[in-house]
Write a protein that binds this ligand. Structure first.
Ligand SMILES: [Zn+2]
Ligand SMILES: [Zn+2]
Length: 233
């Protein structure tokens, strides 16, 4: 009954405010099929398993000589044109509904559950002040959809951001980004050998995701991977 009402409301909303693609403006959906097809996908065989940067071998030289805290990093797309507009819509224009399609695309890139079992999905937390001004955590919206599509439980409360820090988008160098987030996260409970998949919108240097992975492992996580919508190359 409730969902019938919700879908009636949705239909009325669609009639009043028809959806347009955030990149090309085509009618019908927030992220149209042609923009989705035009977006550059990162193939698992062409990128490093732990930093998702282009690499001819499974693990790139950097990750081989200095292994990151993340056991695995999966990025669905490169961070450019169509996807950049989709992320801007989700993050800065309050177009939360686009998280449905974007999260579904991410869920399709989940690792094979037989080879890489995952116990729970955890979104990268944003700072309290950011949450107040934006009103929502975009990564949590993506994680919610991924959880729904994959059937793996979502656990947004497992990790918290303890320090506000400078927003990563405004920091300059890799060193600065790493120092900015190094001690910014804390697990809220003992993680008892859990295998955790972190979810974020964009991976830039990996500093944030690796700081999250370190915090989770310090509290007992056995394995921490990351699934992101887009990778900055
Ligand atoms: Zn489009
Ligand atoms: Zn690497």
């Amino acid at each position: 009954m409730k969902s019938a009402l919700l879908s009636a409301v949705q239909t009325a909303t669609d009639l009043l405010f028809p959806q347009r693609c955030v990149h090309c403006g085509a009618d019908g959906s927030l992220f149209c099929t042609s923009c989705e097809t035009a977006s550059t996908r990162l193939q698992a065989s062409e990128v490093c398993r732990t930093c998702a940067l282009p690499s001819r071998s499974g693990t790139c030289e950097n990750c081989f000589s200095d292994p990151p805290a993340l056991n695995r990093a999966i990025a669905v797309f490169t961070y450019q044109s169509e996807i950049r507009d989709a992320v801007t819509a989700l993050k800065y224009k309050d177009i939360r509904a686009i998280s449905g399609r974007l999260g579904t695309l991410m869920a399709e890139s989940m690792p094979n559950p037989n080879r890489t079992p995952i116990d729970t999905i955890v979104p990268v937390p944003i700072s309290r002040s950011r949450l107040r001004s934006r009103g929502y955590n975009q990564s949590e919206l993506l994680a919610r959809q991924i959880s729904e599509s994959s059937g793996i439980t979502l656990n947004s409360g497992l990790l918290e951001r303890t320090a506000d820090g400078t927003p990563q988008a405004r920091t300059e160098s890799i060193e600065e980004r790493t120092a900015n987030v190094q001690h910014a996260f804390r697990a809220t409970t003992n993680l008892n050998e859990l295998r955790i998949l972190l979810v974020d919108d964009v991976m830039t240097t990996g500093a944030t995701l690796n700081a999250c992975a370190t915090a989770l492992k310090d509290s007992g996580a056995a394995w921490v991977g990351a699934l992101v919508l887009a990778r900055e190359l």
